[in-house]
Design a protein around this ligand. Sequence first.
Ligand code: GMT
Length: 385
Amino acid sequence: MDRLKIGITCYPSLGGSGVVATELGKLLAEKGHEVHFITHSIPFRLGTFQKNIFYHEVEVNDYYVFRYPPYDLALATKMAQVAKMQGLDLLHVHYAVPHAVCAFLAKQMLGNDIKVVTTLHGTDITVLGQDESLKDLIRLGINESDAVTAVSQDLIKETRRVLDITRDIDLTYNFVDKRVYYPRDVTDLRGDFANPDEKILMHISNFRPVKRVSDVVDVFAKVSKEIPAKLLLVGEGPELPKIQAKINEMGLEHKVRFLGKQDEIAQVISLADLLLLPSEKESFGLVALEAMACGVPTIGSQAGGIPELIQHGKTGFLAPIGDTTAMAKYAVKLLSDEGMTEQFRKACLERSCNDFSRDSITNQYEDIYYRVLGRRVLGMDTIRG
Ligand code: GMT
C-alpha cells in the first residue's frame, strides 16, 4: 500500500472550501493515508478523533514591533516544520490566497523536497484574482504549484482569463458523502416551520453580496402570491440586517424564518421543497449539491459553475442572474406539480450519487498526488458504506 503523508491547509472556520478540504482529508485518512491539517484552528467539520488524522496549529508571533502580526509567514514556517518532522510527501492547499504562496515558501525552506497541490475554489480567483494588488502573488502561487485543481470548468476558464494562466489545471468537482447527505425523515420537525399545505423554500449561504440574498426575497414574494409557502434563511453574514429590513418592509415577516448558522445541514436541507441559489458568482455551489443529495432541487442563476451542476428542467431550473420573475415562475411550476416534484427528486438523488460521489472525486485527488510524486497507485483501503 502506497500510503502518503499529506499536509492540508484551508480556512478552517468558514465556507465551502474549508468543508471540501476537511471532508477530503477525512476520506483520505479513511483510505489509509496520513493526513496533517495545518491551520489556525481546528477545522469545524473535523468531528471526533479519527485514525490517521493530525492537527497542527499555526501560531502567529505577535512581537510588539509587528503592527500586523505576520500570519502568512507563520503558516509557511509551520508547513515547513510539519513537513520536516512528519516526513510529508506533499502539501495540499485549498484557496489560493495566501495558501499557495505560503506552500511555495515552505517548499523553498525545504530545499524543494516536497510537492505542492493547490485547489482553487472560486472567489480566490473571481474576486481576489481581479484585485491588482494581489494578482501577481496569486499567479505566482498557481504557477509554482506542482499541480493545480479547480472545482468547475468555468473556474478553470476564469483562472485563464483573469490571471492569464496557461498551465494545466485539473478539474475536481465538489463531492458529497452519501453516508451524511441523504433525505432525512424530518416529518416532526417540518410542522414547526410550515403548515401541511405550505411549501418550504430555503436559502443557505454566508450572506455576502455575491449571493444576492435580496433576489431570494423577491423570488419568494412572487411565489408566495401564487402558492402557500414559507421561506427559511440559513446562515449569517454582512447582508443579513439589510435582508431583515427588506422582509419587514415587504410585510413578509410572518412567512420567513431565520435559522442562523447550522451544522446539521443534511437535516436542515431535508426540510425544504426547493433551494434558491441566485448568486452573482458561484464557482460550483456546494450547497446545491448537498441539497441534491437530500433529494431537493435548486433554482439557480446561470452563474459560474452552477450550470455544470444543475441540469435545467431535470434537477432544477436556471435563469439569468437577477431574473427573479423567471426564477419565481419556475418555482411555482415545480412546486405545484407533484409528479414533476417526484421526478426531480429522483433525478437529484441519482445525479448526486453518480456524478459527484465522494469515492470518484477522492480517487481523482489521489491520482493527482501520485502523478506529481511520480508514483504508481497501489491498492489502498476502500471507504466503507
Ligand atoms: O460560497 C462562498 O462564499 C464560500 C466559498 C469558499 O471559498 O469557502 O465557496 C467557494 O468554494 C466552494 C467549494 O469549492 C464552492 O462550492 C462555492 O461555489 C465557492 N463560492 C463561490 O464561488 C462564491
